[in-house]
Design a protein around this ligand. Structure first.
Ligand code: ATP
Ligand code: MG
Length: 602
């Protein structure tokens, strides 16, 4: 089925409690009776359809009120991944039932992000992209059925009275004086709510369940409220809007969702989810079996903030350059950082799903990115801290091509040529006038190999008045060119990368590091005074980005936006899609080759 990403996952899916549930249900043929009309709809419509060819249906239901982050990526990989692995389908549904908060620009960005992660809601038969706001008619029908069956009433208490009568965790609530209204009166009031006769907050439709329930969510929860607001999709058609806890189960049922997977904070809502769908199915509005809610623990990562409110603060207070700042845990940021969709999918498989809260090490995400990029990126030479190397016995003006494999173990990635000349850039750290113990690279009298080129012998260096080294001198050994017979007759221990001064070019490179200097930004640390309150903003890493001018080998000039490379010895880098319009691209460092401790201010 074409829910599958273009390339298969790199690891076999680990089993988990959700897969165990699905396995057992499929073995019992639980979903066999379900019919699907090809579109969302109430039970009678679905029952006219054919048996549902999707073995299971899951959904990713974002509210279009912000940019997606790493936590959403986990949810996307989970929901689309389950559908892929079980011959099911996963819907992309915009949960846009709240008229005030949503914006259209987010819809496009979310669609992009899900596609970018490698998933699709379309196949030959179906296109499962939905907007919950298209279901308002059906939601009202469900609400009216609850009124008719004596399971809902219009409450005219104000918000304070309702709050006071709700009770507490230890104390039962009190029935509203309006709880005993007749069906006819409730129906009349609900119709008048819809007609716009009442002001916001003056009437509310509530389910009639049990004001003494130990679960506060079952104490006659509100299901429809009055809001005179313009909705981005339905305009001014409605002035009543469903509450999330009423809307979401119905959206799932209308779409034939089998498994409504959500994060743990919705666990206490599950009894209402079940109550609602069971009543609506009993009334013939929904087919059985109805969807079931399954909770898992949300993704928490060290050094990362995934709270929408805090992310907004970072952007608005300009601690970052925008929503797509490569240091932010948004998917638009990750993309500019060079993170790969395959890396996210691998990471999601590895962290798995569970019901217990856990904090995942950020290094696990970076490791997944490295693993994917080690396989998939071509190698290039870049000198980040340049020092000039002059080969005194190499003719000035001469240049020769060195043929280099683009990948050390993937011959299919082909080769490229790198021009070799008398003057080269090498890394400043690859020369020491007075070598430390065990140092194997260049120092006066020592030999090292210029990779893919020649072995050179260091003869000395030049300095400026301040004593800073400005150039290194050496002689090359003509018979040692890499790839020629006998080139390895001279054994050396040091291997350096280099870029030709004449053929290479200077470019801006951004070295990104973690945005926060502490694993749990804003939380208390050992030894903190009891009265100390920390703010996550104070934990921002002052060294989270360093702009440098590096020397790059000529082949990099042609890099296209979002093309990724390994700069040998330095890490993985991506051509920035935003800053590459005129001329050669700027490169962003995605991740270093190895994990290195974050440098903090203190
Ligand atoms: P909010 O509810 O504050 O607007 P949200 O992050 O829950 O923010 P939604 O658009 O409701 O945003 O989320 C869409 C889906 O992504 C939900 O199913 C939610 O459970 C899931 N999700 C959000 N954050 C995480 C996370 N950190 N880990 C796993 N799943 C997440
Ligand atoms: Mg949410």
């Amino acid at each position: 089925m074409s829910n599958a990403p273009k390339d298969a996952p790199t690891v076999a899916p680990a089993t988990n409690f959700i897969r165990n549930i699905i396995d057992a249900e499929l073995a019992a043929d639980k979903f066999a009776p379900r019919r699907w009309s090809g579109q969302p709809g109430l039970g009678p419509q679905q029952l006219c359809g054919a048996p549902d060819t999707a073995k299971i249906r899951t959904r990713f239901p974002p509210e279009p009120n912000g940019y997606l982050h790493f936590g959403h990526a986990k949810s996307i990989c989970l929901n689309f991944g389950l559908a892929r692995d079980y011959g099911g389908r996963c819907h992309l549904r915009f949960d846009d039932t709240n008229p005030e908060k949503e914006e259209k620009e987010y819809v496009e960005s979310i669609i992009d992000a899900v596609r970018w992660l490698g998933f699709s809601w379309q196949d030959e038969q179906e296109d499962n992209l939905y907007f919950a706001s298209n279901y308002f008619d059906w939601m009202v029908a469900c609400a009216e059925y609850l009124i008719e069956s004596g399971n809902a009433y219009v409450d005219s208490q104000n918000a304070d009275e309702m709050r006071a009568n709700r009770g507490t965790l230890t104390q039962a609530g009190k029935d509203s004086p309006y709880r005993g209204r007749s069906v006819a009166e409730n129906m009349d009031l609900f119709k008048r709510m819809q007609a716009g006769e009442f002001a916001d907050g003056t009437q509310i439709l509530r389910a009639r369940i049990d004001m003494a329930s130990p679960n506060i969510n079952l104490r006659d929860p509100a299901i429809y409220r009055i809001r005179h607001a313009t909705h981005h999709n339905t305009g001014d058609k409605w002035c009543v809007y469903p509450m999330y806890t009423f809307a979401h189960p119905i959206e799932d049922a209308l779409e034939n969702i089998t498994h409504s997977i959500c994060t743990l904070e919705f666990e206490d809502q599950r009894p209402f989810y079940d109550w609602l769908l069971d009543h609506l199915a009993a009334g013939g509005l929904l087919q059985r079996p109805v969807p079931q809610q399954i909770e898992f623990s949300r993704l928490n990562l060290t050094y990362v903030i995934l709270s929408k409110r805090k992310l907004i603060q970072l952007v608005e207070e300009k601690h970052v350059t925008g929503w797509d700042d490569p240091r932010l845990p948004t998917l638009v940021g990750a993309r500019r950082r060079g993170y790969t969709p395959e890396g996210f999918r691998l990471f999601a498989e590895r962290v798995g799903v569970s019901k217990s809260d856990s904090l995942i090490e950020y290094t696990l995400l970076e490791e997944a990115m490295r693993e994917v990029m080690n396989e998939s990126t071509e190698r290039r030479f870049a000198v980040l801290d340049p020092l000039k190397l002059v080969i005194d016995n190499y003719p000035a003006g001469q240049s020769e091509d060195c043929v280099v494999h683009n990948h050390p173990f993937k011959p299919e990635f082909g080769t490229r040529t790198m021009p070799f000349s008398r003057e080269l850039w090498i890394e400043r750290e690859d020369f020491m006038e007075v070598p430390s113990k065990g140092y194997r690279r260049l120092f006066p009298g020592n030999m090292a190999r210029l990779r893919h080129g020649y072995v050179v012998k260091c003869t000395g260096c030049e300095k400026d008045e301040a004593g800073r080294i400005t150039a290194v001198h050496c002689d090359y050994l003509p018979e040692t060119k890499s790839g020629t017979p006998g080139s390895d007759s001279v054994k050396v221990k040091g291997n350096l990368h280099w870029v030709s001064v004449a053929a290479g070019y200077a470019a801006e490179v951004r070295l990104y590091d973690k945005l926060f200097a502490y694993p749990a930004p804003g939380s208390r640390r050992e030894g903190d005074a009891p009265e100390l309150e920390r703010n996550f903003i104070d934990d921002i890493n002052p060294n989270s980005v360093k702009l440098i001018t590096a020397w790059l080998e000529p082949a990099l000039k042609q890099a296209k936006p979002e093309e990724r490379f390994q700069f040998e010895r330095h890490g993985y880098f991506v051509a920035d899609r935003i800053d590459s319009q005129d001329g050669a691209p700027v490169f962003n460092r995605t991740v270093t080759l190895k994990d290195s401790p974050t440098k903090t201010a203190s």
